[in-house]
Ligand binder design. Sequence first.
Ligand code: FAD
Ligand code: NAP
Length: 532
Amino acid sequence: MSENNCDFDLVIVGAGFAGMYMLHRARGLGLKAKVFEAGSGVGGTWYWNRYPGARCDVESMQYSYQFSPELEQEWEWSERYSPQPEILNYANHVADRFDLRADIQFDTSVERAIFDEGSSCWNLTTSDGETCSARYCVMATGCLSSTNLPDFEGLDSFKGDKYHTGQWPHEGVDFTGKRVAVIGTGSSAIQSIPHIAEQAEHLTVFQRTPNYTIPAHNRAMDQAYAAKVKAEYPAMRARAKTMPPGMDITPNMQPALEATAEERQAQYEAKWAEGGIPFMGAFGDLMLNDEANNTAAAFVRGKIRETVEDPAIAELLSPDNVIGCKRLCVDSDYYDTYNRPDVTLVDIANDPIERLTPDGLVVKGEAYEVDAIVFATGFDAMTGTLLRIDIRGLGGRTLKEKWEEGPKSYLGLSMAGFPNMFTVTGPGSPSVLTNMLPSIEQHVDWIADCLAYCQENGHKQINSSQQAEDDWVSHVSESADLSLRSTCSSWYVGANIPGKPRVFMPYLGGFPMYVERCNDIAANGYKGFALS
Ligand code: FAD
Ligand code: NAP
């Protein structure tokens, strides 16, 4: 890199899939780069979320890096949706294969990042009290990396064991003989509940909002299929990039209401049998038309009634909102679990958990005594992790001030007033609405190309213009209004965190349209950015 008065050309915060690949690309550009990671190892999400049953819900052959054909060919996934330990092994393999650890400092959080206008360096302070400076700063801090532990009254008084799915003990947990409570029924809960029920003496699930979940039909990897994918990997990856969720799927574009009731039933049955997220590709208008959406929702409610023996429990488990509005869940034996005599469902939709006591939880004056509580209560998604860092840009303005009314960014990659700082899959990018691995790689490649451009052209500073950011924020908001996805109280809109501004945070325009925009901006001399 050209002459630099900072300690590093680039500091990367986070060593999940985003930070790891960013380091790899930075080295390729000859940059002096360093990664800080709060955890003791690589893998991010897959390092922290070690709860029983944790696995990906994008097929493993697609939920994997594509930047290295050799890596693609040599790695073998054992299941259709691989379990967390295997995904973590994969992350470790990548770290070893590309010798990444040498430039990663583990067990170190970045607590402060302050832009110095005189030197054009970011000055960083870490949890060990050290400081360093960098010309560029890439926040690879993750969309789902700050756990949400609701502030229940009496939280600290509970004498038993407390676990959050997103900070699960490395040594695992044995629930044998224990009375266990799970709070929450999102993806993490839905994956873990069948496993906890298998072990526990009794499991009580506290449900505020039921979720739709589609069976994973997980199975051992079909070796012939894996070989076929590997033989045609570039073509499959290319097809995936043409689809809004960045996955190689074949949605049916026919509107649901143009099909007869019998055709719809057959189509939903076929998609249910296929399993997983592609269920929402049963018809082309499910996220656009309420009535169409309700045909899919009614089908799933029918499946719940068929599966759950007690009609009252089936009713409680049946959502009445738009399917796919909250993140669709993917499960193995979730609804069946409620047929077990040792599993109880407690509806807290209208009567929230009153308090925790030394012995358990109280709802509607009734005490539930338990030995352990599992908080499957999710994350302060997309903005929480960034806002926990004291980030100050031009004029000393904090990110907290800038984002007071909700996140604002250009492309989810850059924030006006915060020069030389980039976010990977930040709010305003498709991120959590897509297969995250290709989205991460696209962002990292774009950032790497941008850094190379600045290097070649002698630019010391790059900053998105206020106008470009405002236009992008309006576009993100208009795109959200076109879809039913923005119509419910989900974490996509910050509804799970008391006091968080209600803004639909990810970009709903889909992966291909987004990539085209990013590429166009780069091809036109980083249109919308001020370079100096
Ligand atoms: P992360 O993996 O979250 O890594 C961010 C890292 O930054 C963390 O290690 C964190 O410790 C570190 N960090 C944060 N702040 C600091 C700081 N201040 N200082 C130092 N380090 C810091 N996506 C899919 O596409 N398909 C799936 O099937 C899927 N399954 C998921 C399952 C679970 C349980 C969860 C929670 C998410 C899932 N996701 C899935 C989304 C998943 O988060 C992404 O796919 C991907 O792993 C994100 O990688 P990342 O590197 O961007 O962020
Ligand atoms: P989540 O979807 O936000 O679910 C949190 C659950 O906790 C919800 O049921 C929520 O109820 C409940 N809850 C939160 N606060 C509560 C309170 N004060 N009282 C009672 N209940 C409360 O979180 P998650 O399950 O961890 O999943 C987050 C995201 O991570 C997913 O959407 C997905 O993107 C990803 N993920 C993916 C997988 C996978 O299958 N690969 C697995 C896990 C996670 P409300 O709905 O009423 O708010």
